[in-house]
Design a protein around this ligand. Structure first.
Ligand code: NAP
Length: 524
């Protein structure tokens, strides 16, 4: 256990919603931040104070008040006078013990008032556009204000929240933790944005006072914020420490990945001091240099391995020290293990694909398999099928792009045809197994699409969709209506993840727990 706290930030326009969200927040929070600037100007304060009074009696944690003006990232336009009146309202300091004051409020007369009235003061600076080049100066000037502490009060906290775009931007923010530790200051450094998510997960383990969370999905007050439930149940952030082994998924995008849910469930099952984190990485070379390689890294995180996803599965190869035979043959790596500073590459997609297939189809020798799509996943699929002596034909929309597969794997290549009105129209009647290795059918824009229709697949013995979200795709519904047995992508996802877990930890993966967590994540 570390000493950090989870602060759930509550922001709503109406009193009813505000109170409802506070009640939800209190379930997981050590601290509830009341974002009073989110409330409509017209909200009748009396309703709020009556409800807050009731809540105060049941909630054992701290309440933190924030009344941030729009130009500093708040929700309302607020004059200095309105802000002064708010902080001098006796209700605020009656119910709330901590206050977050933006840097421009730290003037002598205000400061002594804040110090007298609130038990703990957060001295905050926000930049919603970038990491300011003078981050150290901002830190120093906020620290200088924290030198004097009233007797009977808690130490002041420096809070610096800045927007990051790539993982390399987060380094300067993370380094503030070390600086504050050396200076004996309490700090909450926040790298906002998807790229900074890891700082929200690992901050408490490395000495941050708090990490901010949302009360539920869609209720975030800043980008990259996770829900309090996820921080506690998936990432176990309060149990992590500086020795925690770090794993993660490296790609772009990674925000909807199911892998953190699956792998963290496996770590929990085996009671390992390890965590799996989404790392949104645009520039792979910079990531390897700054976070991984012992000779050059700027951040020390006890990294032990990572999954690699789109668009880095091939690009990662040049940064590896060694690669296993399967990854070499496929020409793509989805798993990296780090041992004694060296990077070892593996590919578990082929195993993840073939295991569920063999368990439902049996012996694949001589089976005629049609693979639709010619991207990274298709390479692993073709490799695995060929190893089992299946006869493989690729169907691709772009033959020019796909011709390398013919050279690399000696397979047949055919065009994926469409009718004039863009409906699928390919004859698959000669095949035993039909595999979708395109993103067609994936949740979102492509959800209603399918690479094949029911009347094209009625002679097939098995349809296998690599797409796992949703678990039942349009392609699989077409197969169902043609009475063709199906296999969905979730089983492959779990099988390739289980193989990764074994590579990293040497332990057998708890497949049922991983699968259940994956399904819960997909349904959330
Ligand atoms: P990729 O490298 O981007 O390749 C996608 C392939 O699909 C390319 O050949 C692409 O053709 C083709 N394609 C895209 N849109 C198409 C369309 N509208 N019509 C016909 N073909 C189309 O992606 P990937 O890594 O191979 O992944 C493919 C799918 O498999 C994804 O949905 C991914 O989520 C899934 N997958 C699942 C698992 C699992 O564990 N279940 C593992 C890996 C991948 P062009 O080259 O012409 O663009």
């Amino acid at each position: 256990m570390n000493n950090g706290k989870i602060c759930v930030s509550v922001c709503a326009e109406t009193a009813d919603k505000f109170i409802e969200n506070i009640q939800r927040a209190a379930e997981f929070a050590d601290v509830v931040e009341l974002r009073f600037d989110c409330l409509n100007k017209e909200v009748e304060p009396e309703i709020l104070w009556t409800e807050l009074k009731k809540l105060r009696q049941n909630f054992r944690g701290h309440l933190l008040a924030t009344f941030r003006p729009k130009e500093q990232g708040g929700k309302r336009k607020l004059s200095l006078n309105e802000r002064r009146n708010f902080w001098h309202d006796s209700h605020v300091y009656e119910f709330v013990d901590w206050g977050d004051f933006e840097f421009d409020l730290h003037k002598d007369d205000w400061d002594s008032y804040f110090k007298a009235v609130f038990r703990k003061i957060f001295r905050s600076h926000h930049d919603f556009h970038r990491v300011p080049p003078n981050l150290s100066e901002i830190y120093e000037s906020l620290c200088n204000l924290t030198n004097y502490i009233n007797p009977g009060k808690d130490s002041d906290v420096v809070k610096i929240a800045v927007q990051t775009d790539d993982i390399s931007d987060t380094i300067a923010v993370w380094k503030l933790l070390q600086k504050a530790k050396k200076d004996g200051k309490q700090i909450i450094p926040i790298a906002m944005g998807e790229a900074g998510k890891w700082t929200r997960i690992l901050g408490l383990a490395h000495g941050a006072v708090m990490t901010y969370a949302s009360p539920g999905e869609g209720k975030e007050t800043a980008s990259g914020q996770l829900t309090a439930k996820e921080l506690i149940e998936t990432y176990r952030v309060k149990e992590l420490n500086e020795n925690t082994e770090i794993y993660g998924i490296v790609g772009n995008p990674v925000s909807h990945s199911v892998s953190p849910a699956m792998h963290n469930a496996a770590f929990k099952f085996h009671n390992l001091n390890a965590v799996f984190i989404p790392f949104q990485v645009k520039n792979l070379g910079e990531f390897i240099k700054n976070f991984i390689r012992p000779e050059t890294r700027k951040v020390e995180l006890n990294f032990r391995g990572f999954s690699v996803t789109i668009p880095h599965k091939q690009a990662i190869i040049e940064y590896l020290d060694e690669m296993d035979e399967t990854a070499k043959a496929i020409g793509a790596v989805n798993t990296v293990k780090i041992e004694n500073g060296k990077l070892y590459g593996y590919n578990t997609d082929a195993f993840g694909f073939i295991e569920p297939l063999k368990s439902v189809y049996g012996n694949l020798a001589g089976a005629k398999a049609a693979v639709i799509g010619a991207g990274g996943a298709a390479r692993a699929v073709i490799y695995a099928l060929k190893k089992e002596d299946a006869e493989v034909t690729i169907f691709a929309r772009n033959l020019e792009k796909a011709k390398y597969l013919v050279e690399d794997f000696q397979v047949e290549l055919k065009e994926l045809s469409k009718t004039k009105d863009q409906r699928p129209k390919t004859d698959f009647s000669d095949f035993d197994i039909l595999i979708n290795a395109t993103p067609l059918g994936t949740k979102g824009e492509l959800e209603s699409e399918t690479p094949a229709l029911a009347d094209e697949i009625k002679n097939i013995s098995l349809c296998y969709d690599l797409v796992y979200n949703p678990t039942v795709t349009r392609f699989l519904r077409e197969a169902n209506s043609a009475n063709v047995p199906t296999l969905n992508g979730l089983q492959m996802l779990v099988a390739q993840g289980a193989a990764q877990f074994k590579i990293w930890t040497g332990k057998d993966a708890p497949v049922d727990e991983m699968s259940a967590s994956g399904i819960r994540k997909l349904q959330s």
